[in-house]
Design a protein around this ligand. Structure first.
Ligand code: NAP
Length: 300
């Protein structure tokens, strides 16, 4: 099996995969996708469950997505994962959308059913299970400060509403996007109080101080020169701090939280649980979570 396949391979799939056994019937589409950890987790789960299929990476550029999504149902695929930059762009190509995916406005999982593409989002439930695993807490009743308003943040915000967190403050670099996101959440039926906060206004620092759970769902801190979104001295020892980023495993954000005595965790647990939830959608059975975690631990 190749490390990464392309659209050209999909166009010539029969010839490209003639020798491959078990057949590739699942995969992740993204760009970049070379470092995706999903194949290790999903292939371990497939082997453990005795399912005769393999999972591969597909490097698909934005302008190639529509054709790739049109081809896979004809090639006997069971399902897909979508990652950056396809989670929102894939929406119009779906024949059906699950209610959660529609509400979040982004898809990370596709099930191919009778040749039709059905879109799901497992980032929301993946985050919820990750918080339970890392902190032995549910989101119910928590006061949450959420940094970001992109695809991951939307999933996390929606899950906070669903589980009835007490308060949800949303900060985003583009303030307009934070306001739009918070307005959308206000339309949902939930007891959660939602506020869009801005760095310069009077509510930002009180929100940091009052939050039980602070979540980074931005792609900041990926690079050395990014400045910290929360001033390090503002973290407190009683806080839970979650960073959706897992590469590097300890971001500056997490280091600052840990230095202040807060409990902190990186996005590997969310990655694991969103993958397990995808497996459960495709196969309608429990994912072998310990095997998937072991596959991830080998790589971490
Ligand atoms: P996205 O839709 O592209 O959103 C990116 C977000 O990051 C936006 O809120 C953007 O703000 C913000 N941002 C980007 N650069 C920034 C900077 N220098 N300073 C402050 N904010 C910045 O991406 P996404 O899919 O939501 O992914 C966001 C993060 O979540 C990524 O790091 C991704 O790896 C992680 N993630 C992890 C998992 C997991 O399983 N652990 C799952 C999904 C995503 P603007 O709106 O102002 O551009």
């Amino acid at each position: 099996m190749k490390h990464v396949y392309t659209l050209a391979d999909l166009r010539n799939w029969g010839a490209v995969t003639r020798e491959i056994s078990p057949p590739i019937r699942l995969g992740v589409l993204g760009n970049p996708v070379r470092h995706s950890l999903s194949p290790q987790m999903q292939n371990a789960a497939l082997r453990e469950s005795g399912i005769d299929a393999q999972y591969a990476r597909f490097q698909i550029r934005a302008e190639e997505l529509r054709e790739a999504l049109r081809l896979v149902p004809q090639l006997n695929f069971l399902g897909l994962n979508l990652t950056i930059p396809h989670k929102i762009a894939a929406l119009p190509s779906m024949d059906q959308l699950d209610a959660t995916a529609r509400c979040i406005g982004a898809i990370n999982t596709v099930m191919i059913r009778d040749g039709m593409l059905v879109g799901f989002n497992t980032d929301a439930i993946g985050f919820s299970r990750a918080v339970q695993m890392e902190f032995e807490r549910t989101l119910a009743g928590l006061k949450v400060l959420l940094l970001g308003a992109g695809g991951a943040a939307r999933a996390i915000g929606m899950q906070c509403m669903l589980e009835k967190s007490q308060k949800l403050w949303i900060w985003n670099r583009s303030q307009e996007r934070a306001r739009e996101f918070s307005a959308k959440l206000h339309e949902l039926e939930s007891s959660t109080h939602v506020y869009a906060v801005e760095r310069d206004d009077a509510s930002f620092y009180p929100a940091i101080a009052a939050a039980n759970l602070i979540v980074n769902a931005t792609s900041a801190d990926m690079h050395e020169d990014d400045t910290l979104l929360i001033p390090p001295e503002r973290f407190t020892p009683d806080q839970l701090v979650y960073d959706t980023i897992y590469t590097p495993p300890r971001t500056k954000f997490l280091e600052a939280a840990a230095a202040a005595g807060a409990r902190s965790a990186n996005g590997l647990s969310m990655l694991l649980h969103q993958a397990a939830a995808s497996f459960e959608i495709w196969f309608d059975r429990r994912a072998p979570i310990n095997v998937m975690r072991a596959a991830l631990d080998c790589l971490a």
